[in-house]
Ligand binder design. Structure first.
Ligand SMILES: NC(=O)c1ccc[n+]([C@@H]2O[C@H](COP(=O)([O-])OP(=O)(O)OC[C@H]3O[C@@H](n4cnc5c(N)ncnc54)[C@H](OP(=O)(O)O)[C@@H]3O)[C@@H](O)[C@H]2O)c1
Length: 309
């Protein structure tokens, strides 16, 4: 007898299938479900004709929008493009999907919050983006939910994971090349493993009640950007990587010359609504980071095999 799948198979479309999250979604859901991935070449979020041509022939139950224009500073000076890709395109997708009675999940961001609240943000707090990227994503949320109130918006933050290097790899490489490293010490957020995120999705998408509305979703526990970087380089040093910078100096987020767009000082999020809906609490950020780094290509390159010692 074949094993019974915990979730009945669904027909799922992933838009933005070659991104960090999109790529992992394809791998993760591909085993149990019928998954169609659409890369930018197959569906251009910035082009209505491309969206119609890609989706009209497809039959699906769930569609996940993981593609986006994610360069926060690029968006700041390319507003029309940011709104076309992050808002108008997802709105069109949600409209077509509503016509097919299909559920849409739209990945959004902690950058819809303005950062003025001292505590972690809950979904009940009013969004008030202070960047073009944040505003375009908020507009995307609104359009997706307007097309069908049964659709789902997941606000995620500070993603890292296999497939595409992100902050952990960047800061470790930097700390191995330079003795003096700085990072914003007053900017607070929630770092999030894409592998953990994938594990948190099934109760939202495949449970008896498919989730709708807005949910924050991230690993548990806020930290500053500096503390996240310090944790990464401490873990790297402990694993034997040649880290030159012992201590990362904290600087104000507004003082980073490379930042064109404003960043909310606090964009940490609480996941109480997710836990109330699913009964699951995301694990803490340190555990998730440590596990990712220990399995990462960066660490494998530097690991001394026991036989070589
Ligand atoms: N990364 C983070 O820290 C973070 C934080 C908060 C929220 N989010 C949200 O989480 C989601 C996933 O992020 P991620 O880290 O996986 O992003 P990512 O690695 O930058 O992937 C984004 C994907 O979108 C695709 N894309 C860009 N323009 C497109 C267009 N016009 N049409 C179709 N696809 C297009 C990219 O295509 P190419 O592969 O061709 O470049 C890429 O595959 C996004 O909605 C993002 O806004 C991310």
């Amino acid at each position: 007898m074949s094993p019974v799948s915990p979730h009945p198979p669904k027909k799922i479309v992933i838009v933005g299938s070659s991104g960090r999250l999109g790529g992992l979604l394809i791998k993760s859901f591909g085993g149990n479900h019928s998954v169609t991935g659409l890369s930018r070449a197959q569906l251009d979020l910035g082009c209505s004709e491309s969206i119609v041509a890609a989706l009209e022939p497809l039959d699906y139950d769930l569609l996940i929008i993981a593609g986006a224009l994610t360069g926060v500073d690029y968006c700041e000076t390319n507003e029309a493009e940011a709104f076309a890709i992050n808002a108008t395109g997802p709105g069109k997708i949600a409209e077509i999907s509503a016509g097919k009675n299909a559920h849409v999940t739209y990945f959004s961001t902690d950058m819809v919050y303005d950062g003025s609240k001292p505590e972690p943000y809950s979904e009940a707090d009013a969004p008030n983006p202070i960047s073009v990227y944040g505003a375009s994503k908020l507009n995307g949320e609104d359009l997706v939910l307007q097309a069908s109130p049964g659709n789902l918006v997941l606000r995620v933050s500070w993603l890292y994971g296999p497939g595409r290097p992100a902050f952990p790899e960047w800061i470790i490489n930097k700390a191995c090349a330079e003795a003096h490293v700085t990072l914003p010490g007053n900017k607070i957020g929630c770092s999030t493993s894409t592998v953990d995120l994938l594990g948190l999705l099934p109760p939202l998408l495949f449970g008896p009640d498919v989730a709708s509305g807005v949910f924050n979703l991230c690993n548990s526990g806020p930290c500053t950007w500096r503390d996240w970087g310090q944790f990464c380089i401490d873990t790297a040093r402990a694993a034997g990587l040649p880290v030159l910078a012992d201590h990362i100096e904290g600087v104000p987020v507004d003082s980073v010359p490379a930042f064109v767009a404003k960043r909310p000082v606090n964009s940490a999020m609480s996941t109480g609504k997710y836990t109330a809906f699913t009964g699951v609490t995301p694990r803490n950020w340190q555990e998730a980071n440590r596990e990712f780094l220990q399995q990462s290509e960066l660490f494998k390159k530097h690991t001394v095999s026991p036989s070589a010692v």
